[in-house]
Design a protein around this ligand. Sequence first.
Ligand SMILES: NC(=O)c1ccc[n+]([C@@H]2O[C@H](COP(=O)([O-])OP(=O)(O)OC[C@H]3O[C@@H](n4cnc5c(N)ncnc54)[C@H](OP(=O)(O)O)[C@@H]3O)[C@@H](O)[C@H]2O)c1
Length: 317
Amino acid sequence: MPSNKKIVISQFGEAELLEILDVDIPVPQEGEVLLKVAYAGVNPIDVKTRAGLGWAAQHNKNNLPWTPGYDVSGVVVKQGLGSKKFNLNDMVAGFIGFPLRGGGYSQYLCVPETELALVPEDISLKPAAAIPLAGQTAAQALEKAQIQSGETVVILGGAGGVGHIAVQIAVAAKTKVYASCSADNLAYVESLGATALDYSNPDYLKEIGSVDVLIDLVGGQAAIDAMTCLHPGSRLITVPTITSSLVCEQASERGVIGMGMLVEPEVTQMEELLSLISSGMIKVQIEQVMSYQDVVDAHKKVETGRARGKILLDMQA
Ligand SMILES: NC(=O)c1ccc[n+]([C@@H]2O[C@H](COP(=O)([O-])OP(=O)(O)OC[C@H]3O[C@@H](n4cnc5c(N)ncnc54)[C@H](OP(=O)(O)O)[C@@H]3O)[C@@H](O)[C@H]2O)c1
């Protein structure tokens, strides 16, 4: 009988409080599949929730121990009654259990089959676990901004998990894309097709004039400072939820159309993103794949806010 390790938050606080438990392998219920998880993506929301911050922590505070993780890829090893979307041994991935159930940091996990997409044979399970939440956030932020070909878009945080995908989608939509990042990431962001702007220069937005759309993936004062490149009628999508009301208020005072957002899992969008990866239109950047046993270090890395692309947990190693 294989063992089943899962990572839990039993109390909110530092990364060191994360625990690895040995639990029974769950039995898939009607409409579910049992997934042998290969990789789980680590997202900033996992880290904030572990620290007790944000609405996911509020909603789960009476539900501890709780297993984080919304991004998974793996193999179907058992089917519940009536489950027929996939075959045994199919490779699948998804943006699962969002926002309350989570559970991705597990070696074996039951998931409603409706939350999963088939991973094309030419895609490895690593990018498949990296794309779900970040890719759908990027796609939905750009949809919400209603970007049009020929427009100019600024993306704050172009090298991060959401940012590197947003840059590529915006470039493919034939917009002129500027993206902010640190000096270390300038060449990388340029390689995605954007004009990279080093945010350590206080005048980094001065040269570009006024733009149509700002996609803010940093939030707070950085977003407020960046509003100098907007004019009345420009659209601003601010993605970090914790500072979203503040940023939208400031936008409104400038006549800018400011909107917050909360990503929603959509399987068809996940399938489209997988097919864009398959066709080479989107390249997924994975900074590091770490063993699930190093989950504390993985959380600390994401907590720095400096990862290029995504950090994954290898749930098998
Ligand atoms: N509302 C929603 O539904 C939703 C969904 C997904 C994510 N989010 C939030 O959106 C934010 C971005 O998510 P993510 O997954 O992309 O985060 P992430 O991967 O942790 O972002 C890391 C990136 O941020 C960049 N960065 C840090 N400070 C910066 C600054 N001042 N200016 C420009 N870039 C900066 C870093 O680039 P350098 O190393 O080059 O500085 C790094 O590449 C997070 O706050 C997350 O919680 C919200």
